[in-house]
Design a protein around this ligand. Structure first.
Ligand code: ATP
Length: 364
């Protein structure tokens, strides 16, 4: 096992279309045994970061250190890493056993060591009954377990996973997600996990790195990223459905900071002003679960009209129209609203987020 330091990493790709800045000044310390996820939209640079850690790509500048050793120039095979991709990359003509022991064989490991390790990994991943089958005779989840096993058997210092669950159907994904979490508990190897699925990142990770356009936007524990997003990008990227965003103005009235948007006036907590945007223009963010249905005459109640109401298992998402646009309200399933119905909304004052025009957060 190893800690990983990513130091001032830059990566440019030069092509016919010009220069692409895939990574800009990425610095990150990953603790020994940590499960860290890189998330972000397509093209944000997460795979490039992982490939540089693996040695499959050379950085334009910056360094990678494992336990303080600079490994930036080492070949992938000399790094003691194992990588699992979304395409499992198993050898189709080999049995599961042969696939598992391939790396050990290449290293010249003796037969009894190979047998012992295959048995241990197969037991851990519950693939013993499949050892003599070929990959095509396995289900997607079983194949994915073999791919994990093939990586694990080498006892890597660092495990790199690039969207390993994305080829599985929704139900199997949830199942394999739990298996991966259990596996990490067991082996405690440092894991760097790339996904565009924020739910996967939220449930699996010790910490999450949110990236956009090659730039790290925030790093933190899942609950930190969710409840204290560093900027508007993170706030909108993390959470399903997305955080509600309302454009408006902030000003101070009788010593109290106020946010006003179309048909909305919200009193902000007193400590908000020091971070208020100087232009006065601001965006108020509030998650759907922090919007409640209130009495129409409650102070600050926001009039709204229900457009759509969706049942999502134990809860409901209500899409309601307010003067300035649309807001999503999340309630228990028992709260039934009908399209066309008039309601009044209240915002939990402790759960407001305020963003200025540049996207920086001034937590309200
Ligand atoms: P996805 O989720 O779609 O896999 P990603 O976040 O993993 O996206 P990267 O694959 O790291 O993104 O790509 C980052 C940027 O670098 C993109 O703009 C991509 O087009 C560009 N890029 C990646 N590899 C190359 C390459 N070999 N040559 C030129 N540009 C590249």
């Amino acid at each position: 096992m190893a800690n990983v330091r990513i130091e001032r990493l830059h990566k440019e790709f030069r092509g016919a279309g010009g220069i692409v800045h895939a990574l800009a000044d990425l610095t990150l310390d990953i603790a020994d045994g940590e499960f860290i996820s890189l998330v972000g939209p397509s093209g944000c640079g997460k795979t490039t970061a992982l490939r540089i850690i693996a040695g499959l790509e050379t950085p334009t500048s910056g360094r990678i250190l494992f336990d303080g050793r600079d490994i930036t120039r080492l070949e992938p095979r000399d790094r003691n890493i194992a990588m699992v991709f979304q395409s499992y990359a198993l050898y189709p003509h080999m049995t599961v056993r042969q696939n598992l022991e391939y790396g050990l064989r290449k290293r010249g490991a003796p037969r009894d060591e190979r047998a012992r390790k295959v048995a241990a990994i197969a037991a851990m991943l519950r693939i013993e009954p499949m050892l003599d089958r070929r990959p095509l005779q396995l289900s997607g989840g079983q194949r994915q377990r073999v791919a994990l096993g093939r990586a694990l058997i080498r006892d890597p210092e660092v495990f790199l996973l690039d969207e390993p669950l994305s080829n599985l159907d929704a139900k199997l994904r949830v199942h394999m997600r739990a298996e991966l979490a259990a596996l990490h508990q067991k082996v405690r190897t440092t894991m760097v996990y790339v996904t565009h699925d924020q739910l996967e990142a939220m449930t699996l990770s010790d910490r999450i790195v949110v990236m956009n356009h090659g730039v790290m936007q925030q790093v933190g524990r899942p609950e930190e990223i969710y409840s204290r997003p560093a900027n508007r990008f993170v706030a909108e990227f993390i959470g399903t459905p997305s955080m509600n965003m309302i454009e408006g103005q902030v000003r101070t009235e009788a010593g109290r900071p106020l946010f006003t948007g179309p048909g909305i006036t919200v009193v902000l907590p007193r400590d908000a002003p020091q971070a208020l945007p100087s232009s006065g223009r601001a965006t108020l963010g509030i998650r759907p679960e922090h919007v409640s249905l209130v009495a129409p005459d409650a102070p600050g109640a926001i009039p709204a009209r229900v457009t759509v109401s969706e049942l999502a298992g134990p809860e409901r998402f209500h899409f309601v129209a307010v003067e300035g646009g649309s807001i999503i309200v999340r309630t228990p399933a028992a709260t039934v609203l009908h399209p066309g119905e008039t309601v009044a909304l209240g915002f939990d004052p402790d759960r407001l987020h305020l963003f200025d025009g540049t996207g920086e957060d001034a937590p309200a």
